[in-house]
Design a protein around this ligand. Structure first.
Ligand code: ASC
Length: 128
């Protein structure tokens, strides 16, 4: 069944909020604001790795219409470029649960995630 545009928009916007919260939690762990706990870090990383593909599904057909959002029209006109930007985050987050087992490798993975977030925002998200 095909989702309505507004449902896809809600899916991706809620998904990005969950992503920001959970990547934020991992950043707090990596910075040492909260003590490193391997199980907590790994569970949070697992959640992130499962969440990201669901978010990308929220940019599906028709979801360029439905409500005004910051999603740039290039997302739908430059499919190959947007898919490549998506893939950067997918590749890193697939490896995140393994990286989260150790504070240093978690830190490195989070730096890569920040880069993928910024790359996509710079190219495919309108400023506010
Ligand atoms: C975050 C967050 C983002 C990214 C981005 C990285 O914590 O919410 O959107 O990092 O700012 O440049």
């Amino acid at each position: 069944a095909q989702s309505k545009p507004e449902d896809l928009i809600h899916l991706r916007q809620g998904g990005f909020q969950l992503l920001a919260r959970n990547v934020g939690a991992l950043n707090s762990i990596a910075k040492g604001d909260v003590p490193f706990n391997k199980e907590t870090a790994t569970n949070t990383a697992e959640f992130v790795s499962l969440l990201v593909p669901q978010i990308w599904a929220g940019f599906g057909a028709g979801s360029d219409k439905g409500a005004p959002t910051r999603a740039n029209a290039k997302i739908w006109s430059d499919d190959a470029g947007f898919k490549a930007a998506q893939e950067k985050l997918l590749v890193i987050t697939r490896k995140l649960p393994a990286a989260a087992g150790d504070a240093n490798s978690l830190k490195a993975a989070l730096a890569d995630i920040g880069g993928a977030c910024k790359n996509c925002h710079d190219n495919y998200r309108d400023s506010s």
